[in-house]
Write a protein that binds this ligand. Structure first.
Ligand SMILES: [Zn+2]
Ligand SMILES: [Zn+2]
Length: 132
C-alpha cells in the first residue's frame, strides 16, 4: 500500500500518512459541519505516529475532549483529536492529494444529518457512532 499525502488550501500545511486509514466515515454531526462549513465531513482515522506533518498547524479546542487543527494562513481544517479516541488522529478525506481515492465505509451521527442532503448509497448509517 502506498502513502497518502494531503494539504491545506494554501499548501503551507501538509501531511504524509504511511498507511491506509484504519477506518473512514462520513460525519453528519453539527460540530464537524460548523468547523468545516460543509454539510458533511469525510473522515479517515490513523495512528498519530503514522502521520508526518510539515508546516505549523494551530489548534482550536472545539469541546472539552476535542482539538481541531487548522492552517493559520488559509484556515483549512486539517485534523481532529479527542480523548474519546486515544491513539488516533482523524484527517479530512478530501484534503488528500487524491480525494477521488477516498472510500467511505459508513455514515456516523446520521441522526444529525441535514434533511436536504440526500446521499444515495448502501453504506451503514449510525445514529451516533459505529460503537453505539
Ligand atoms: Zn493553508
Ligand atoms: Zn462529527
Amino acid at each position: 500500500m502506498g502513502e497518502i499525502s494531503g494539504r491545506c488550501l494554501c499548501g503551507e500545511v501538509r501531511y504524509v500518512a504511511r498507511t491506509e486509514p484504519k477506518w473512514t466515515a462520513l460525519c453528519h454531526c453539527e460540530s464537524c459541519r460548523r468547523s468545516a462549513s460543509a454539510p458533511v465531513v469525510a473522515w479517515m482515522g490513523f495512528a498519530p505516529e503514522d502521520v508526518a506533518w510539515s508546516g505549523e498547524r494551530k489548534f482550536y479546542r472545539s469541546s472539552e475532549i476535542a482539538t481541531r487543527g487548522f492552517c493559520p494562513t488559509c484556515g483549512t481544517q486539517m485534523s481532529f483529536e479527542s480523548t474519546r479516541w486515544p491513539g488516533e488522529i482523524h484527517l479530512y478525506g478530501v484534503s488528500r492529494d487524491d480525494p477521488e481515492n477516498y472510500v467511505p465505509q459508513l455514515h456516523c451521527h446520521h441522526g444529525e444529518h441535514l434533511e436536504w442532503l440526500n446521499v444515495v448509497d448502501d453504506l451503514p448509517r449510525h445514529e451516533r457512532t459505529a460503537g453505539e
